[in-house]
Design a protein around this ligand. Structure first.
Ligand SMILES: *Cc1c(COP(=O)(O)O)cnc(C)c1O
Length: 488
């Protein structure tokens, strides 16, 4: 399987690359992204074969049919990372919340958010590739919450990869911050930045653009890669759990094999939804993918109105911070698939220069063949959290945005899978507030919610409050470069 570019080829980069090249150097011509040249079929025969497969068996067969240039033993060891999830036999369990609706829980990994689903195996593979080539890589991340912890966790103590993670001081939850600053390994650097998430991200961009930083990397023979969902190495693992969730629906008797379902996906950068789209295209019986957002509802406009307009918008901070995103990177891969490279480049260029683009009527209709979208504000999410706790199910604020989409967007009475992208423990102050007991810190919230909603706090969250803090550096933006050069 080769990978091609969403904005076409500039004549300098190779016209197509292997999987390992696409993940080591994820930036394509004209600022585009890499996408698979074609998709294998995950059709009725494939589903029948895996009716009773464990997750790793399904995943291995899936990866093999993708024909990627990674050795079998490396893939197997990468998938073994799922053994550390709560239930090694089933890392992604399903819970029924309504007669015709189940929640597929993607958060049973080490950092309690769905980022682990892809970053755990991806981190192993990237490090192995770097070792095999005798190259050294630096992964830089600016995080407002879940990506930082999951990136640090997957790469800790992995050879030939260093990770530097910047977070806005005071801009994350206690749990998220502790997950980063207690992560102790010589190849990891965590730096708090005085400012908000935008300041942090801009600092990172400025650093990556600065000449003496680039020279220093070259002198030390360090290459840059990326671990965000522009990297196809993450996306490939985000197709598998959609197939698994479908089979779980069959196994628990909610559907017969071949029957269609709806998926509801709480979305930000659209990596999770893109995985569902590829699964649908490859033959998984999905009626439509329903996209849910918070008040940063630019994806709703894109799908419902065919317009994507950054110019009149300011990012709003919400109680579902992992979805506080206006520039959603993976919609580009959808547009490439539907409209081709020339049109995608035109649309993305318009977005860069004018801050907006508008699709034609036909293009919008093509989008709506696969997607519908809605959004919920914080108050609506708090209501849903409280309502479902009464019914015996605890969900986090990101998952709570899905309820409205499930209730309003289905055109047919088909069974539905909602994706839960984080455990409530990462957002316990919001959950406590939703349940009528606002408190200040995470520890108070965790204890109160655990006691009053009959749920437990897993050991890796509880333990965070006792672990020593190893990354104490919090600096002004201007000092980041110095810190980074010291680290390297
Ligand atoms: C990253 C994240 C999302 C958004 O996922 P995308 O693939 O970027 O759309 C949603 N919820 C949580 C909790 C996340 O960490």
């Amino acid at each position: 399987m080769q990978f091609i570019e969403t904005r076409g080829n500039d004549g300098v980069k190779p016209a197509s690359v292997s999987f390992s090249e696409a993940i080591l150097s994820p930036s394509a011509s004209f600022g585009g992204l890499y996408v698979p040249q074609s998709l294998p079929a995950f059709d009725a025969a494939f589903l029948e074969k895996h009716k009773n497969s464990h997750y790793k068996t399904l995943a291995m067969d899936f990866l093999r049919s993708f024909g990627i240039d990674i050795d079998q033993e490396v893939l197997q060891a990468a998938l073994d990372r799922y053994d550390a999830f709560d239930d090694p036999k089933n890392p992604v369990p399903l819970s029924e919340i309504e007669e015709d609706c189940c929640v597929s829980e993607l958060y049973h990994g080490p950092t309690r958010a769905f980022k682990d689903m892809a970053l755990q195996p991806f981190g192993y593979i990237l490090s192995k590739l770097a070792q095999a080539r005798n190259e050294n890589y630096l992964i830089m991340a600016a995080t407002s919450g879940d990506t930082g912890p999951a990136t640090l966790e997957t790469f800790k103590n992995q050879a030939n990869v260093k990770v530097a993670c910047l977070y806005p001081e005071g801009g994350t939850s206690d749990v998220q911050r502790l997950q980063m600053v207690t992560e102790d390994a010589p190849n990891l650097k965590v730096i708090g930045v005085k400012g908000n998430f935008d300041d942090t991200q801009n600092t990172l961009k400025a650093l990556l653009a600065s000449e003496d930083f680039k020279e220093e990397l070259e002198r030390k023979n360090i290459k840059l890669s990326a671990a965000n969902s522009v990297n196809f190495g993450r996306i490939i693992f985000q197709i598998i759990y959609h197939i698994h969730s479908y089979l779980e629906m069959v196994r628990c008797g909610k559907i017969a094999m071949g029957e269609k379902i709806y998926l509801v996906v709480p979305s930000g950068n659209f990596g999770n939804a893109l995985g569902g789209y590829y699964a649908k295209k490859a033959g998984l019986p999905i009626e439509k993918i329903l996209i849910s957002s918070n008040v940063n509802n630019i994806l709703t406009d894109w799908i419902e109105k065919g317009e994507y307009d950054l110019s009149g918008r300011e990012l709003v901070l919400t109680e579902s911070p992992a979805m506080d995103i206006l520039k959603s990177s993976n919609i580009e891969r959808i547009m490439f698939d539907k409209f081709g490279a020339a049109r995608t480049k035109e649309l993305m260029d318009a977005l860069a220069s004018e801050g907006r683009f508008v699709l034609t009527e036909e293009e919008r209709a093509l989008l709506q063949e696969d997607f519908a979208a809605s959004w919920s504000d914080d108050a609506e999410c708090e209501n849903e959290i409280a309502r479902y706790v009464k019914k015996g199910y605890m969900m986090d604020p990101h998952t709570a945005t899905c309820i409205k989409a499930y209730e309003n967007l289905r055109e047919k009475p088909l069974p539905t899978v909602i994706y839960s992208t984080a455990e409530w423990t990462k957002f316990s102050p919001t959950v406590a507030k939703a349940l009528g007991h606002p408190v200040e810190g995470d520890i108070e919230a965790l204890e109160w919610v655990a006691e009053h909603a009959n749920v437990t706090v897993p050991p890796m969250i509880r333990g965070l409050f006792e672990k020593p803090i190893v990354h104490t550096v919090v600096v002004e933006k201007e000092k980041i470069k110095e810190e980074m050069l010291n680290f390297l």
